[in-house]
Design a protein around this ligand. Structure first.
Ligand code: NAP
Length: 435
């Protein structure tokens, strides 16, 4: 029997488990360990609440979670409740699928002022991640800057821009929906340090900016290269640019009170304010021949009451695991950290790609893992249970999650799929009620 522990129950963790079940059949037992009592990681706490079709992939993970060869071990924090070295002594393979939950920071003056918020925290807040529930973003301001030209920046802008009616049937948590409904924000600047050709948006996400009830996109026509050059772009990017050009040609809809300005060629150099953000100073940029940013020397000051940084993520460093500071990832060779210790998904390759990229990643890792002889005897699940019991840690199992799931569905707003539980004592209450 091969005993595998997967740390992290997001897409990379579940695809790795699915692949291991297929590859090893009845000769494998898998524990999927998560610090939260709820599984699915980024699907639950990262994917936008108004993108329910993407969240539907959780049904596929549920088939894995309910497989008799798999256990969900929730509410167990690796590094606190059990160490990596301990896990390696209990399982033949330990796979770190811990994602990249830390925001990269701008590294400029003022980036620690109250009102500068990382997208991980902001997304976690509206998605009901327990660690972000007290964020209280300052929604009393008229203008907000979102730094970054990726899909996370668009997600944040869209959630800020939507009406309560547009969000009501999503699974946004009430603790975010209520303040968003009272928000004073009417100008949202999405700041890109490069131009439309270099933006990392995808078509669906950009297109949605043109379909909002009370918000309208604003793009400056002068930010585009000559249209003939678009033919040299890869198809996906060409379509994104075509949509941006359409927004620029149409101009903002004067009937709509909220503007989402896609401000290209603007690099933050300083966040201004004394006890909270009042403005952001921007360098006007241009591109050199290689598409790299150059500073034109011109400066602008944009008055804003909140800055959301959506400039990428870093993996959490863990004791006993080599870490590459520069890239913010676990140091690994094609997923192998050390014999029997692996990583997969964003923890392996960084925060790139779609949910499906993690499927490819998980299957590739398992191919490598099964081709490697398992080291020695390992006791697996029963030994972990003994160790956790001795430390008074009571893990949540998959049935506990199903109980939480049912409680969340039962208390949903009309039309919404669920109202997430976010408070630790509430999780405990639901889980303790087991029969
Ligand atoms: P991303 O796509 O890598 O975008 C990060 C952006 O931040 C880039 O525009 C980058 O500009 C900019 N940036 C980095 N450092 C900066 C700095 N110091 N100053 C100013 N700008 C800076 O990352 P993401 O938006 O966090 O998304 C992560 C992954 O999740 C992506 O693969 C994304 O597609 C995916 N995702 C998908 C969806 C969806 O499909 N609906 C939703 C959310 C996220 P440069 O290009 O100039 O470096």
């Amino acid at each position: 029997m091969r005993h595998i522990a997967i740390v992290g129950s997001g897409p990379a963790g579940f695809y790795t488990a699915e692949a291991a079940l297929k590859a090893l059949g009845d000769a494998v037992r898998i524990d999927i360990i998560d610090q939260l009592p709820t599984p699915y990681g980024l699907i639950r706490a990262g994917v936008a609440p108004d993108h329910q079709s993407i969240k539907a992939v959780a049904r596929r993970y549920e088939a894995v979670g309910t497989d008799r060869r798999v256990r969900f071990v929730g509410g167990v924090e690796v590094g606190r409740d059990v160490g990596i070295a301990e896990l390696c002594s209990l399982y033949h393979d330990v796979v770190l699928a811990t994602g990249a939950p830390q925001d990269r920071t701008l590294g400029i003056e003022g980036d620690d002022l109250p009102g500068v918020i990382g997208s991980s925290a902001f997304v976690g807040w509206y998605n009901g991640h327990p660690s972000c529930r007290d964020l209280a973003p300052p929604l009393d301001c008229r203008a907000v800057a979102i730094v970054g030209n990726g899909n996370v920046a668009i997600d944040c802008a869209r959630i800020l821009a939507k009406t309560v009616a547009e969000l009501r049937e999503s699974d946004i948590v009430n603790h975010a929906l209520d303040p968003l409904g009272r928000s004073a924000v009417e100008k949202i600047h999405i700041l890109g340090r490069r131009g439309p050709y270099q933006a990392s948006f995808t078509l669906k996400e950009v297109g949605e900016l043109g379909e909002l009830l009370r918000a309208t996109p604003a793009v400056r026509p002068q930010d585009f290269p000559p249209e003939e050059a678009d033919s040299g772009l890869e198809t996906g990017q060409r379509r994104v640019v075509a949509t941006l050009r359409r927004f620029a040609a149409a101009g903002p809809d004067p009937e709509k009170p909220v503007t989402i300005a896609l401000d290209f060629f603007r690099r933050p150099v300083r966040v201004l304010g004394t006890d909270r953000v009042t403005a952001i100073e921007l360098a006007v940029t241009a591109l050199d021949d290689r598409g790299q940013v150059v500073d034109t020397g011109e400066r602008l000051v944009l008055p804003v009451g909140m800055v959301i940084t959506a400039i990428g993520y870093r993996t959490n460093a863990m004791p006993d695991v080599p870490f590459d500071e520069a890239s913010g990832r676990l140091r690994n060779d094609g997923g192998c950290i050390a014999p029997g210790l692996w990583c997969v998904g964003w923890a392996r390759r960084g925060p790139t790609g779609t949910i499906g990229t993690n499927r490819t990643d998980g299957y590739a890792l398992v191919e490598r893992l099964v081709a490697t002889a398992a080291n020695g005897d390992r006791p697996g699940a029963s030994a972990l249970d003994r160790l956790l019991h001795a430390r008074s840690v009571q893990p949540a199992c998959f049935e506990d999650w199903k109980r939480i799931d049912a409680a969340e569905v039962a208390r949903a707003r009309p039309g919404a799929p669920r109202e997430k539980i976010v408070a630790p004592d509430e999780f405990r209450r639901v889980v303790v009620q087991k029969g």
